[in-house]
Design a protein around this ligand. Structure first.
Ligand code: ADP
Length: 645
């Protein structure tokens, strides 16, 4: 019996272990697959993003600049400034002081003009100085000397506050009726005109505004050195502003400012390129950075009879690229553009992310590169969305797996329990049948061998055999009932029955036994009792079982009671004894099949631990209830309640 029990316990352990593995293993696998799937999903999303954005970047960073520069078609207006070279790479624009020194050859000072200057600057005798200048004008044929004399006269008149006269002389100088070749160069004219404007401004001349309106465009057009142009234009702007002509000369000032900027840029480039062997630094149609005092970008084009180096300031270049950068940027990506020297040119402000691609630009921007970034957290967001779906699916699958395993486990356990039951059943039957059979065999053997001493002993043995026989058939009855119960084959013959009759039948069945053992038995019926719908014989069996237990599990001076009464619309049959009683733990288990409390009396009493489970089965089938109250060593009360219909 113990071996069987151990075996089934082992089986149960195995079943639980296998079921756990059946759930845990697939769950772990599923989780692993899920993590892999999420990882793959991330990679797939990443690749998809990279592909689509790389394509977009190519549009913006290759095609757009390409078409822009082709359509620009060497239009110098777009550039911040430019330089022009002749076929032999000689700089022709801008004109710089350094490149045209002959423009600034010192005036050959003659003794006579020296004397006039002494009178003007040292003696400060302006009248006399003017006389000297006029004398020289008549005698000298040198245009430069003549120009110098006129200037001297203008200065002397001004110093004597004879502004009107000074203006008149200066005007003739600034707008000469004819140029004296090689001497009155545009340089001198621009200088004279500036002097005229100065005189106008000092006298608040009514024509100052008109003069400025003329001079701004004239100076811009004059073929003079860049340095001179910058100087004169700056002076004109200062005068215009000082005299409050800002608004009236707004366009002129703006144009002048642009020319100043452009000239400054071209001068910066010239200065740098002279030190660095000029155009040789450039390959045609490719932007190169000029690391001059102000960073510039140069691009060199061949024109029909000259060469042009277009210049862009770093700011203008940034503006050009910013459009592409802005067009490319969205909530997922951003980019940065670096020039051929690795200098950051354009970027999206304050962004953090990881580079997913670097494009090396070509053609006009050979040597430049664009870094494409994915903003931080982009994949996480995209993958998270997917992950939630996976988590949901996985949770549902796990729950389904758990429940199906639970159901399967239940079924397996039920089967295991049934097997155990079967084994227990067989073991119990064998054991229980063996005891009466062997005692009967001993008695029968004694009788057959004629070893009885007296007739009385023979009768006694026969009575014992009959008793054992009776016990055996009772046992077999119980087993059969139980077996039918197990197979759900017990069919009850429900009919109207009298509780009193049932109680009387049970009492009668037990009467002989009780009398023999001097049991103090009382049947108390609290009338009137209504009829009940029940299988009379089955309920009698219930009461006999309970009364038999009361008999079995009480010591000497047995006092047994069967009370029948009505309570809460039920007929109650209460079997009371003054027996060994039970513990709480035992009370919980006594209705289980084959349960027997481990007491000496239980072991002595014949039984298979089936009586109460049969009782419960019958009571349940009648939609009734059975309860037990007990005090260990004192008493037990079993109450069966059957509903009154
Ligand atoms: P058995 O054939 O062993 O009597 P039962 O199912 O009738 O099987 O009873 C199960 C167990 O309940 C008994 O072994 C016994 O220990 C306990 N029991 C039943 N009735 C009583 C009672 N009136 N007093 C004390 N113990 C009882």
């Amino acid at each position: 019996m113990n071996k069987l029990k151990n075996n089934s316990q082992n089986q149960l352990r195995w079943v639980i272990l296998l079921l756990a593995i059946a759930v845990i293993l697939p769950t772990v696998c599923l989780l692993w697959f899920m993590t892999q799937a999420v990882k793959n999903e991330r990679l797939a999303i990443r690749q998809k993003l990279i592909d689509s954005y790389t394509k977009r970047a190519e549009e913006l960073f290759f095609k757009y600049p390409e078409t822009f520069w082709i359509s620009l078609d060497k239009n110098i207006g777009f550039f911040s400034s430019h330089l022009i070279y002749d076929q032999n790479d000689n700089l022709t624009y801008p004109v710089t002081t350094k490149r045209f020194p002959e423009l600034f050859e010192n005036v050959v000072l003659t003794e006579s003009i020296n004397e006039a200057w002494n009178l003007e600057f040292k003696t400060k005798n302006f009248e006399e100085a003017m006389k000297e200048y006029n004398k020289l004008l008549e005698t000298s044929s040198d245009g430069m000397i003549k120009h110098e004399c006129h200037l001297g006269i203008v200065r002397c008149l001004t110093k004597q506050n004879k502004f009107d006269e000074a203006i008149k002389v200066c005007h003739d100088l600034a707008y000469p009726s004819q140029y004296i070749k090689g001497k009155y160069t545009p340089e001198l004219i621009s200088q004279d005109r500036l002097m005229l404007v100065n005189l106008y401004s000092r006298t608040n001349h009514k024509d100052l505004l008109k003069e400025l309106q003329n001079q701004f465009p004239d100076t811009i057009k004059l073929f003079i050195t860049a340095e001179k142009k910058i100087f004169v234009l700056n002076q004109l702007i200062d005068i215009a502003k000082e005299k409050g002509f800002n608004e009236k000369l707004q366009t002129e000032i703006q144009n002048a400012q642009r020319i100043i900027d452009s000239s400054l840029i071209s001068l910066t480039a010239v200065e740098y390129l002279e030190d660095n062997s000029g155009l040789k630094l450039f390959s045609q149609n490719v932007f190169r950075k000029i690391e001059s005092s102000r960073p510039l970008y140069g691009i060199y084009f061949k024109l029909s009879d000259s060469k042009m180096l277009g210049l862009l300031t770093a700011e203008k270049m940034s503006q050009f690229w910013q459009k592409s950068v802005d067009d490319f940027t969205d909530e997922l990506v951003f980019c940065r553009i670096y020039d051929n020297k690795g200098q950051l040119i354009a970027r999206q402000e304050a962004a953090e992310g990881e580079i997913f691609s670097t494009l090396n630009l070509t053609n006009y921007f050979a040597g430049w590169k664009t870094e494409l970034y994915l903003r931080s957290g982009v994949f996480k967001e995209a993958a998270d969305k997917k992950r939630y779906i996976y988590i949901w699916v996985a949770s549902i699958v796990i729950v389904l797996m758990f429940s199906s395993t639970l159901l399967a486990g239940k079924a397996v356990l039920k089967q295991a329990r049934l097997n155990k039951l079967k084994n227990d059943f067989i073991a119990t039957i064998t054991h229980e049948l063996k005891t009466p059979l062997s005692s009967m065999r001993v008695l029968v053997d004694t009788l057959l061998e004629g070893r009885c001493e007296s007739r009385q002993q023979e009768t006694e043995y026969l009575q014992l055999i009959s008793k054992e026989n009776l016990r055996l058939s009772k046992l077999i009855d119980n087993f059969l009932t139980f077996s039918r119960m197990e197979r759900n084959k017990q069919i009850f013959d429900i009919a109207s029955a009298s509780p009193v009759e049932i109680a009387n039948n049970a009492a009668e069945a037990m009467q002989a036994k009780f009398e023999k053992a001097n049991v103090h038995f009382s049947l108390n019926v609290l009338k009137p009792l209504p009829m009940i719908e029940a299988d009379k014989d089955a309920i009698v069996t219930v009461l006999i079982n309970l009364l038999d237990n009361a008999y079995k599990y009480s010591n000497d001076n047995k006092q047994i009671e069967l009370d029948v009464f009505v309570e809460n619309n039920s007929i109650c049959f209460a079997v009371k004894d003054n027996g060994i009683g039970m513990t709480r733990r035992q009370m919980k288990k006594i209705f289980d099949r084959f349960y027997q409390a481990d007491t000496s009396l239980s072991r002595q009493a014949e039984g298979a631990g089936l009586g109460l489970s049969i009782v419960k089965f019958i009571v349940d089938a009648h939609k009734g209830k059975i309860s037990v109250e007990s005090k260990l060593g004192k008493e037990s009360i079993f109450t069966v309640k059957l509903p009154i219909i």
